[in-house]
Ligand binder design. Sequence first.
Ligand SMILES: [Zn+2]
Length: 113
Amino acid sequence: MHELSLAENIMQIIEESALEQKFGRVKTVSLEIGQLACVEQESLRFYFDVVKQDSIAQQAKLEIIEIAGQARCNQCDCNVPVAEHYAACPHCGNYALQVIQGDGMQIKELEVE
Ligand SMILES: [Zn+2]
């Protein structure tokens, strides 16, 4: 049910921006989803289709852009690509990596009219 609340969050942000920026219809929602965010894309699409009914985003298309995971290794002072949480640094084997990219979700762009 995690994806349902994400879809509801997206709708809420869209409605708030519609009030602020005074647009009446959303054509495309571009969404960035991090590889490490544990979001089931198909499931999110499904719930977005449900929550967008009777809203200004009723006709909106959902575009998902996947953001690769990246972490910082403080031990060898470099940025490394990571595909999962608790991955080890490929250079020095350090597990205390700090994820710096790809663990969240955000609306990148709304195409409106
Ligand atoms: Zn390292």
